[in-house]
Unconditional design. Structure first.
Length: 483
């Protein structure tokens, strides 16, 4: 009998303790523990979006959350915590053109294994995979065209009376900045280049809305560059009345056009944020501040004996430089944080272009190598230079000598697009016909893509895959991926 009484007391005590525990849990943790905010929920992300945050309503067990957090398709990255906020940073940009689902179906509170997190699921997507190019056939000839691979849709952006000479995408992909001449103008005015912007329509606004950025009434526009992460433009201009005495660079920003008071120079490129310019000047590369603009512009650093700044990494910390050597070879160097440049590659031939990948760990270069001294023919090739171990990998080699090939690396680092030109002698071509730097008239072009690039940095878990070249069936030149 006493045993039965003790047993009943034990059961009653257990029930009372369970009720007290439940009251304590409810009191300490009112409401179901849950994800309070996900920064990428229902958003469209771009290459610049490298980290998201999850904010929890209560302090959670970090290990259980990290173990159970899933992203489909997978996006490898690193975890970091700030109290109740989880910050997840991607190892590389999310590939474009995908829908993603983030889910958390398990996990518990800190020191409370029995108190589970409410299941959570949300979606986000990466930006459409899209390119722009200058058309070379039929109604597209000389006009800016956008092709959206994700939507399988083509849009002609510029009017038929403008012949586009060059262009750059704005950082948000909403617009393109381009130079153009009037097809209907007299021959005397066909060299009068004006700057415009045009909307792409990729973010929802109507496509083809034209805005004049800079006219040619007093100055002739020679070359221009748009910052990759800001609405900052630098234009090289010549005074129509006195071109030799008044020739230099101008800054176009915030609705103002101001001269940059610096010594004349040659080729130039902009820091991604538009805060400085890398200018070929006085047998070297000068990095000149544009923020704030001084008179003369403040010199930040000077790299002597270099002939050209090839590219700047997205974070502005790495600079690829080209050096012309006395023995007629060329060398690619790179500098980190404006430190002493380090040599990457020397070749007998020509470096046409180079671009950093989004992580800043790979430099892609377009080269002309193996010059035949009898025929003066050179083979173009595209290579990937690993900046960590300084190894080089060839991605593509072309049989024909094509010195005016242009390539563009996709913002997610997954593909390279390039053009292959058909050219003719320019004698009977109008001045508004696009031309190569050597002066030949461009009469046609085919666009091709190199994929995949995701395995350029092989690991034991992810061995290298040989990239392939695929035709796109698009007739055009000077392709650019939209950011």
């Amino acid at each position: 009998m006493w045993t039965r009484i003790r047993s009943r007391k034990s059961i009653l005590l257990a029930i009372v303790l369970a009720v007290i525990s439940a009251i304590i849990v409810v009191t300490m943790y009112p409401g179901s523990p849950r994800v309070r905010d996900f920064s990428w929920a229902e958003r469209s992300i771009h290459a610049d979006d490298r980290s998201f945050s999850l904010v929890f309503s209560h302090a959670v067990d970090h290990e259980s959350i990290e173990k159970n957090l899933k992203i489909d398709p997978a996006l490898p990255g690193q975890f970091d915590w700030n109290d109740r906020e989880l910050i997840y940073t991607l190892d590389q940009p999310a590939p474009y053109g995908f829908d993603f689902t983030l889910s958390l179906n398990d996990g518990h509170l800190a020191n409370k294994v029995e108190v589970k997190i409410a299941p959570f699921s949300a979606t986000f997507r990466s930006a459409d995979r899209a390119i722009a190019y200058i058309g070379t056939e039929s109604e597209e000839r000389g006009r800016l065209v956008m092709y959206n691979f994700t939507q399988d849709a083509k849009t002609i952006l510029t009017p038929p009376d403008l012949s586009v000479m060059d262009y750059y995408p704005y950082f948000d992909s909403e617009k393109l900045l381009f130079s153009a001449v009037d097809r209907n103008a007299t021959d005397q005015r066909l060299l009068d280049v004006q700057l415009y912007s045009v909307t792409t329509g990729i973010t929802g606004q109507p496509a083809g809305r034209l805005t004049k950025i800079l006219d040619d009434s007093d100055y002739q526009t020679l070359q221009f560059v748009l910052a990759s992460h800001a609405e900052t433009i630098v234009v090289q201009r010549a005074d129509r009345q006195n071109p030799g005495a008044n020739f230099g660079l101008w800054l176009v920003r915030d609705g103002e056009t101001l001269p940059i008071q610096t010594e004349p120079g040659g080729l130039f490129t902009l820091m991604p944020d538009g805060s400085a310019i890398a200018l070929s000047q006085r047998e070297g590369i000068a990095i000149i501040s544009l923020d704030p603009l001084t008179d003369p512009a403040q010199l930040i650093v000077f790299f002597p004996e270099f002939g050209r700044a090839l590219d700047l990494s997205d974070d502005g910390q790495q600079l690829a430089l080209l050096k012309f050597n006395p023995n007629y070879t060329q060398s690619i160097f790179f500098s980190v944080n404006q430190d002493v440049p380090q040599e990457l590659l020397t070749l007998t031939g020509t470096v046409i272009d180079a671009q950093f990948d989004p992580t800043g760990q790979i430099l892609y270069a377009l080269l002309l190598t193996e010059l035949d001294t009898e025929t003066y023919q050179a083979q173009p090739q595209i290579v990937a230079i690993n900046l960590t171990d300084l190894t080089l990998r060839e991605l593509a080699r072309f049989e024909t000598d094509q010195r005016d090939l242009q390539f563009s690396l996709s913002p997610d680092g997954q593909a390279i697009i390039f053009d292959q030109l058909q050219t003719e002698s320019p004698q009977e071509k109008r001045l508004d016909t696009p031309r190569t730097p050597s002066g030949e008239a461009i009469v046609g072009g085919d666009l091709r893509v190199i994929v995949p690039l995701s395995n350029v940095r092989p690991t034991p878990e992810r061995p290298a895959v040989e990239p392939t070249i695929e035709p796109l069936g698009l007739a055009g030149i000077r392709p650019h991926w939209l950011p």
